[in-house]
Design a protein around this ligand. Sequence first.
Ligand SMILES: N[C@@H](CCC(=O)N[C@@H](CCS)C(=O)NCC(=O)O)C(=O)O
Ligand SMILES: [Fe+2]
Length: 239
Amino acid sequence: MESPSNQLAQHFTYALNEPSSTYTYLLADSESAEAVIIDPVLETVERDLMLVNQLGLTLKMAVNTHCHADHITGSGQLKRRVTGLQSAISRLSGASADLLLSEGDTIPFGRHVLTVRETPGHTDGCVTLVLGDQSLAFTGDTLLIRGCGRTDFQQGCAKRLYDSVHKKIFTLPDQCLVYPAHDYKGQTVSTVGEERRFNPRLTKNLEEFIDIMNNLNLQKPAKIDVAVPANLVCGLHEV
Ligand SMILES: N[C@@H](CCC(=O)N[C@@H](CCS)C(=O)NCC(=O)O)C(=O)O
Ligand SMILES: [Fe+2]
């Protein structure tokens, strides 16, 4: 099997966006230069556009893994700046976008394709995006490195998250690389096999998992009251 770096000549994980510690991913097909951006952040739109332009990419799709609670998406601003760019988010998120995604839908870019797996639990509308050959998975806030998304707001449900991870992510090949939407310790990538063996939450049984999730005692994201309404309209709330 070809390595992911051979298949995707340009495959970038970005530095953390402070203060939300969000990872934005830019994937491009080396032959056609068609590209997809995953989970862009409003504050880093200029950075992302500079890279897209430097590399001569044609940005086709800006896709959000869910309606984020901690930052405002850059999708709407990117759409204003890039002719032909479409936005996408899951239908179940309740948010507006050009494309409302459901289980099994595909997002093509050049010779490549991302396939949508619905992975609710952190929110109703969470999805995981899996590269066609199952070598890469963008898990949003469903599966974090040695962690997972919280389930105490935005229709969160620990049982649903547990089922999503076990049925839709842990069924991918062990060597599939896991790219989450956030990391709070600077970790950048994991694998399905690693998380299946070492994730301190998801290796527990369901009852223990629910207990862990009920006792995280995390502070509410600082921007939640602004971010959620904004993200329901693609980050274009002020117009
Ligand atoms: N302090 C941050 C918010 C941190 C947070 O709540 N992160 C979420 C993911 C973004 S919605 C989460 O699920 N965390 C799980 C965990 O175990 O940390 C802020 O104020 O933005
Ligand atoms: Fe989130």
